[in-house]
Design a protein around this ligand. Structure first.
Ligand code: NAP
Length: 479
């Protein structure tokens, strides 16, 4: 009876996880989705605590208290811009946990170290179980070190620049096949395969996590993190097969497939092939390039405007589109954007927000920030929904966005961002760009938009400029 109730709870938890993922695919349902996922996790954890295999709770309570305290501190103190780092950190521990669970399970059958008071070994593992355990330990160890590397690159502990050397890909692929060979060896001969083969496979996983992330630029880390998320999910799924746990199989499969789909979607939105992200050594994550120079090295002239100039254009506009980007997140300008838009709407101006799928540094970055500032969802438009509107718009305010409004993606075949879908911002009557300097963005390429005659550059921190614009606009009269 107890086992049946636990299985029923797992079924409920699995349904909640699926509803969570469904909710996360839209900004309106996002919060509800997160809550359903949390509820599903609670149901799964509580049901597991009733399992007959759990003999004492001391260590579980210690783990719960330490993990809960760290998780609460992180969620209270961490700014939104640090979310990719936080996710990388969580995946690292997810990978470590999976690896340790797998090694412990293996140790029960093939003792790795001989302890004086150890119980007698359980006998050789069957082929399916050793296969699942090996897969779990290999992916878990790779996820652990790979995520630590991703975290280090984003935090700047490790250079964000791609580290490449001759024969790198051949060496990594070779190491992968050696690990695969060791895995197959254990499946073919579970009783005879030596312990070193299992441990060597885990060691290669740890090394590949480091070596595989080294050649990838810091700026591509969000895609890598979502790929590692997928590995962590697959490792958990394999753990489910090894431990005969349905909830781990289902939740691991959901995690693995959703992480993989997300990586594919992010690559597609950047118009990069998956292979190009993983082997391409693109992007350093720095936005500190030199100001643009035209042909022959002559510096191009941009039209630098004051807040008063920009406010005058806004006051004369009947339609305005806001294009937020990574700089809005850095400046935490989302509330100031909302205030300015409210002041414009009060004057009878129609305001829309154009949300690019890869604006910022993680999927949904702009949606999360604007939702936090209570911007109504029905004012947020996807690229496909709004791109035709720019030609009919009086003024576009680009708030800390750069690559997602770079016309080179449409016109310059030699540009690293060529082919990435971008907003047709240049077609609107006037453009106000808010950023601190003429430096390039994520991809490191210059932006012709900033030098067009209908573009006004208002340089400075986006939040400060928006607050000054708000004061000007609210003080002015109606159309
Ligand atoms: P971006 O190209 O990185 O440009 C951001 C701009 O914000 C910079 O040019 C910077 O210029 C400005 N900025 C920084 N701090 C600011 C502040 N305090 N006030 C005002 N401006 C500030 O950003 P994006 O247009 O959002 O494009 C996102 C890029 O990230 C794309 O290339 C995308 O492929 C990539 N990416 C996105 C994801 C994702 O999931 N969203 C994942 C991986 C990669 P200044 O330094 O001059 O101020």
């Amino acid at each position: 009876m107890r086992e049946q109730l636990i299985d029923l709870s797992y079924l409920v938890a699995s349904i909640l996880f699926i509803l969570c993922l469904r909710g996360l695919s839209s900004p309106e349902q996002g919060r509800r989705g997160v809550l359903l996922g949390e509820l599903g996790m609670l149901v799964a954890v509580v049901a597991t605590l009733f399992k007959a295999e759990i003999l004492s709770f001391e260590w579980i309570i210690v783990g719960l208290l330490i993990g809960g305290a760290i998780g609460t501190a992180i969620s209270l103190r961490l700014p939104m811009t640090k979310m990719p780092e936080r996710i990388a950190f969580s995946h690292a521990f997810g990978g470590l946990a999976t690896m340790l669970v797998g090694i412990t399970e293996y140790h029960k059958h093939h003792p790795i170290v001989h302890l004086a008071d150890a119980a007698a070994p359980h006998g050789a593992l069957d082929r399916l179980t050793i296969g699942a355990l090996s897969f779990e330990v290999f992916l878990g160890s790779l996820t652990f070190t790979g995520s630590i590397m991703a975290f280090g690159k984003l935090q700047g502990f490790i250079t964000g620049a791609p580290v490449t050397y001759k024969g790198q890909n051949a060496m990594n692929i070779g190491a992968f096949f050696v690990a695969l060979g060791l895995l197959v060896y254990q499946v073919i001969d579970p009783a005879g395969a030596p312990t070193w083969a299992f441990l060597a496979m885990a060691g290669i996983g740890l090394a590949l996590g480091v070596l595989g992330v080294l050649p990838i630029g810091g700026a591509d880390m969000p895609v890598v993190i979502s790929l590692l998320n997928s590995y962590a999910g697959l490792a958990a799924c394999a753990t489910g097969f090894a431990l005969h746990s349905n909830i781990l199989i289902i939740s691991g499969a959901l995690d693995g497939s959703s992480g993989f789909l997300l990586s594919m979607l992010m690559s597609k939105a950047m118009n990069r092939s998956f292979a190009n992200v993983v082997f391409g050594a693109f992007g350093t994550g720095d936005s500190g390039g030199a100001p643009a120079a035209g042909a022959g090295g002559v510096a191009k002239i941009h039209n630098e405007a004051t807040v008063e100039d920009a406010a005058a254009v806004l006051q004369a506009s009947q339609t305005v589109i806001i294009v937020p980007g990574y700089g809005m997140a850095v400046s935490q300008a989302q509330h100031a954007v909302r205030d300015l838009c409210a002041a414009l709407e009060k004057r009878g101006t129609e305001v829309k927000y154009a949300i690019h799928p890869v604006a910022g540094r993680m999927p949904g970055h702009m949606n999360v920030l604007l939702a936090e500032a209570n911007v109504p969802y029905d004012q947020l438009y996807d690229l496909d929904m709004i791109n035709d509107d720019f030609a009919r718009t009086d003024c576009v305010i680009v708030v800390g966005a750069n690559d997602v409004v770079n016309p080179a993606a449409k016109t310059d075949k030699s540009s690293p961002i060529y082919g990435m879908p971008v907003f047709d911002v240049e077609q609107s009557k006037s453009i106000i760009v808010l950023k601190r300097s003429m430096n390039p963005g994520f991809s490191g390429v210059e932006n012709e938009l900033f030098f067009l005659p209908n573009t006004m550059m208002v340089l400075g921190d986006a939040k400060k400029t928006l607050t000054a614009l708000f004061n000007e606009v609210k003080g002015g009269g109606g159309h």
